[in-house]
Design a protein. Structure first.
Length: 356
């Protein structure tokens, strides 16, 4: 059932192509916030977008940003890969004409193309008749395989970031927590499950939203097992919400494959309706947590590590957990709590072994 291994690693440094202000691209913002400066040459955008994008990068992301008017100019500054920096939800059939033009210029200049969209070059109206170009694309949503869930014993401590909607800071919380654990000397790994995380993580992970339903849990489980030999804690990036009518299939598959020891719940308190679904109210964290508990097997009931608040407002306090904005407050207390839990678990195991 397995396919050929898929690589999600981009050639570096890469340049990010934008057709809109940086502020309006969640994907590009995430990549720029968490990737080290030496990995990115800059952004490619029309002159009218450059000033606003550099201002936003300086003020909100705290980094200086080079802007290029053309792919050729970015290439001249050392860019080896063109990363499409936007992921419109309706781009499921074809690349836009503007994207194609940039891609063609990059390929002609010897660069590769990082593609975060649901559509692959083999499906695009232009590139599907040019198969010789396909090998030069890194498709960040290419299916990683067809491994079924097995139920292997858990060897590392697993933490899943979950939430009551998409785009509520699950990847951010996971990255910040993993970094805090590293600072404390813990062998911790971040497992990316979306296209933004895959770029940040150097291709380590899988695109959960593009796996076939039967294999989501199995692929997640297999990816975790590949990391457990080298790491004591795996922080798994969550997706969507187990109560979301559009994305729950992926969210539940992630939960089943991860079988987390602990969960960080994420929310945007000011949000009242599900993103992209203005007629659907967002579930509160109490409902989300109850659903996660109900869906978890009796032997793998996770504990609630805390609530990550994305943006202003109150909401998570009602669930009785500590709430924080990880970009402002960090996640040191959560990391210390994980260290204490690991120490306690190891002590218990040693005591049990003495009685064998």
């Amino acid at each position: 059932m397995n396919r050929e291994p898929v690589s999600y690693a981009l050639a570096e440094p890469f340049a990010i192509w934008l057709d809109r202000p940086l502020e309006q691209s969640k994907f590009a913002r995430g990549v720029l916030r968490f990737c080290k400066p030496h990995r990115i040459t800059g952004i490619i955008c029309p002159p009218e977008l450059a000033r606003e994008s550099t201002r936003f990068a300086r003020q909100e992301l705290r980094r200086d940003l080079s802007c290029f008017e053309s792919v050729q100019a970015a290439r001249a500054e050392g860019a080896r890969c063109l990363l499409i920096g936007v992921c419109p939800t309706d781009a499921v059939a074809d690349f836009t004409q503007e994207m194609r033009a940039a891609m063609r210029e990059a390929l002609a200049d010897g660069m590769t193309v990082g593609n975060p969209l649901h559509v692959a070059p083999s499906e695009d109206g232009y590139f599907q008749t040019r198969p010789e170009t396909w090998q030069n694309f890194v498709n960040l949503r290419a299916s990683s395989g067809r491994r079924l869930y097995v139920g292997h014993p858990r060897m590392a401590y697993r933490i899943l970031t979950a939430g009551n909607d998409c785009s509520v800071g699950k990847m951010t919380a996971a990255l910040v927590l993993a970094k805090e654990l590293h600072t404390l000397g813990v062998r911790a790994a971040f497992l990316a499950t979306g296209q933004t995380g895959l770029v940040i993580n150097g291709g380590i992970g899988l695109p959960a939203d593009h796996l076939e339903g039967d294999f989501i849990a199995g692929e997640v489980e297999a990816c975790i097992r590949e990391l457990e030999d080298r790491f004591d804690v795996i922080v798994i990036e969550g997706q969507g919400s187990v109560l979301h009518p559009a994305y729950a299939a992926v969210s539940v598959g992630l939960l089943n494959g991860a079988r987390p020891d602990a969960v960080v719940l994420c929310e945007e308190p000011a949000r009242r309706h599900l993103k992209f679904y203005a007629d659907l109210s967002i579930p509160n964290l109490e409902r989300e947590w109850a659903a996660i508990q109900a869906l978890s097997p009796p032997s793998c009931k996770p504990v609630l590590l805390g609530v990550s608040r994305f943006g202003p407002g109150k909401g998570g306090e009602a669930i009785g957990a500590e709430c924080r904005d990880v970009l402002v407050d960090g996640a040191r207390d959560w990391a210390l709590s994980v260290c204490n839990r690991i120490k306690s678990d190891r002590t218990q195991i040693l005591q049990e072994m003495k009685h064998l």
